[in-house]
Design a protein around this ligand. Structure first.
Ligand code: ADP
Length: 655
């Protein structure tokens, strides 16, 4: 029964404008179980015929029937399936994967056949070729003959019907040549159809039939007398064809193998991989640190907004501009306690508190601390969310009598008292004795300033006893309702203008600030900043992606022969595509993970040394991880496609 029927096969190569007819109307039939040697001088078309028989290349015209099935016009994937299940290749150059062990090389075709388990077949084949002890050796640890024996085992792993061997002993010494030919001969005796391309008479001795080719034509086809082959019992052709048309999807075992391959390939070129991951790493680290700082700033602004108190307007002398550039005239309105009294009478105003501030040296029991002192009004605790956590605030009486009482922030307490309770104690502020009457609630740091490093005392005491000021630095006004903010602002302006006899409507000698709005502006600015920085980081990710693409293209070129081999043993386009895509993604993913760690470290350093509030959120980490995977897919797809599109024979022959 014929296993191969080839009719009028033609193949013409074109190099530039020159055409070369490598096969000219070749017709050959091979019966199941035959041992055929194809012979002829160099350049006669032997290999071309073998490649067509093995579906590594396609003919220009003619018919090729295998196992009774016409194969012309099949799709790439169907050819791959035939290479995987019907044919086992043995090449002159062995084509073992250098980074895979003996057993891994042998079992490689299983992956593409969708086989989940070799059931020890690989080991058994290895034993059959006398290499059981070399299971874990790498190809470069084997002799030429041993390598070819591994290659023969690989050809057998999917139990193909036909073994195609292209000059299998071309690179071997005569002893190894005998071993390999004995091996092929035994396979033939066990029912395999063996076709060998050779120019060596000794090799052809093993065959039972010799087809001679010259200039692309069959010139003789002789069966040797006395060398009959044992026809195997007829196979179930239908079943065979089913085997060769099955289309497995990517299985889990394949997937695991792809990851392993990608991992090996990345490890195999450590330096190169690290360098190409660097772009992604830096980009991701920048994004993580940036988002962390941005989020932290936003949070601390929100916190300080609430610590400020609500519905608050602050009246300050002079012209305030963000950025500190004042364009107004040099005259400033100086506020006094009469202004406070006048503002208190306004209909929309709830509370008013004047503020003076300065710095002072504080002493308690031999301990010194330099801190900021603030004189404020009695309503300060309600207005600024500052009800003492311990002790009490000062009273109207303290204010009237300019009593030397004060409240301490936690930082001051830590520095002067440690863990001891300060309430009731006497401290010296600028050498003047003050009684501590309360502890201020914890406010934490906002950005650069520690809000707990402060001493609060009555405005009058601060002005006349401590700081020697006769004017008030600023006046806080709490408005009754949020909707009355604008109305209150107008009222305040009018009162102050009247009291200070300001007539010019463009006067800039005092300002009313809506603190909440100011803070919001800060928040927006910092958001815009982190957006901008995020954008820059995204660009560096893009650049990193291009780096990955570049290195993947190099990798594809370098591994062209490996790709050819994989295709020859049954890999489909999608297999090669997936493999290279996974490699690119694994690279960007690893770069991303390293970047997240580095970014986290940078954020940590910023929070420790710059004392900024930094928050790296889980959302940012997950987002960035997904993004680096996406970068791998986007930039890996072109090189992966390039690899997948390679024709098996061109790839195998790539130098
Ligand atoms: P053999 O195996 O008998 O030495 P081949 O089948 O390899 O010969 O090649 C037959 C002829 O086809 C040779 O002359 C060779 O130069 C030519 N040839 C083979 N492959 C190509 C190709 N890809 N492009 C152009 N010419 C080719």
């Amino acid at each position: 029964m014929n296993i191969i029927e080839i009719k009028k096969l033609n193949k013409t190569y074109r190099t530039g404008k020159v055409e070369f007819k490598a096969l000219d109307d070749v017709s050959v039939t091979v019966e199941r179980g035959e041992f055929v040697a194809i012979m002829g001088p160099s350049g006669s078309g032997k290999s071309t015929l073998m490649h067509l028989m093995g579906f590594l290349d396609s003919p220009d015209s003619g018919s090729y029937i295998i196992n009774g099935r016409e194969t012309s016009g099949l799709s790439d994937d169907e050819y791959a399936q035939l290479r995987s299940s019907v044919i086992g290749f043995v090449f002159q150059q062995f084509h073992l994967l250098a980074r895979e062990s003996t057993i891994e090389n042998i079992e490689l075709p299983l992956i593409y056949a969708g086989n989940t388990d070799s059931n020890g077949r690989g080991l058994k084949l290895l034993k059959d070729v006398g290499l059981s002890s070399k299971e874990n050796n790498m190809p470069n640890e084997l002799s030429g003959g041993e390598r070819q024996r591994v290659a023969v085992s690989r050809a057998l792993i999917n139990d193909p019907d036909i073994i195609l061997a292209d000059e299998p002993t071309g690179n071997l010494d005569s002893k190894s040549q005998t071993e390999i030919m004995e091996l092929l001969s035994n396979l033939n005796k066990n029912g395999k159809t063996v076709i060998v391309v050779t120019h060596d008479e000794e090799v052809s001795e093993y065959a039972a039939r010799i087809i001679k080719i010259r200039d692309g034509k069959v010139v003789s086809d002789e069966k040797k007398i006395g060398k009959n082959y044992i026809a195997p019992k007829d196979l179930d052709v239908k079943k065979e064809n089913e085997k060769s048309t099955a289309k497995p999807v990517i299985t889990r075992i394949e997937f695991v193998d792809y990851i392993k391959q990608a991992y090996n390939s990345i490890l195999g070129n450590k330096m190169r991989s690290i360098l190409s991951m660097l772009g992604i790493l830096i980009g991701v680290a920048a994004v993580i640190a940036m988002l962390g700082v941005g989020q932290g700033a936003k949070d601390s602004i929100a916190k300080s907004l609430s610590s400020l108190g609500s519905n608050l307007l602050t009246v300050i002398p002079g012209n305030f501009h963000m950025g500190g550039v004042s364009l107004g005239t040099a005259t400033v309105t100086r506020f006094t306690e009469q202004d406070i009294e006048a503002l208190e009478k306004l209909p929309d105003v709830k509370y008013v508190s004047g503020t003076v501030s300065g710095r002072a040296q504080v002493v308690f029991g031999g301990k010194n601390w330099n801190t900021s002192v603030q004189g404020v009004g009695v309503n300060y605790p309600v207005m600024r969310n500052s009800v003492p956590s311990y002790g009490a605030f000062f009273t109207d009486e303290d204010m009237r009598s300019r009593n030397r009482v004060c409240l301490l922030g936690q930082t001051v307490i830590n520095n002067l008292f440690g863990d001891a309770n300060p309430v009731g104690r006497e401290i010296k502020i600028n050498r003047i004795a003050f009684k501590v009457i309360g502890v201020l609630p914890l406010k934490g740091a906002t950005g650069f300033r520690d809000q707990d490093d402060i001493i609060i005392l009555p405005l009058s005491t601060a002005m006349y006893r401590l700081l020697g000021k006769i004017y008030i630095d600023s006046i806080d006004v709490q408005v009754k309702d949020m909707n009355l903010m604008d109305a209150a602002e107008d009222e305040i302006t009018q009162v102050i203008r009247k009291k200070h006899r300001i007539t010019n409507p463009d006067d800039t000698s005092f300002q009313i600030m809506n603190m909440a709005e100011l803070q919001k502006t800060f928040a927006q600015t910092s958001e815009a900043m982190s957006l901008l920085l995020g954008f820059i980081a995204a660009i560096s990710l893009l650049v990193g992606g291009i780096g990955i693409m570049n290195i993947m293209l190099v990798s594809v070129t370098e591994r062209t022969r490996e790709i050819g081999l994989r295709k020859a043993i049954g890999a489909k386009r999608k297999d090669i595509l997936t493999q290279f895509l996974i490699e690119a993604v694994l690279m960007t993913f690893l770069g991303g993970v390293a970047g997240i760690i580095l970014g986290g470290l940078i954020a940590l350093l910023i929070s420790v040394f710059a004392k900024w509030n930094v928050e790296v959120s889980a959302v940012a980490i997950i987002g960035v991880t997904l993004f680096s995977i996406a970068v791998g897919v986007v930039f890996g797809i072109t090189p992966a496609r390039k690899a997948a599109e390679l024709s098996p024979i061109d790839a195998l022959r790539y130098e």
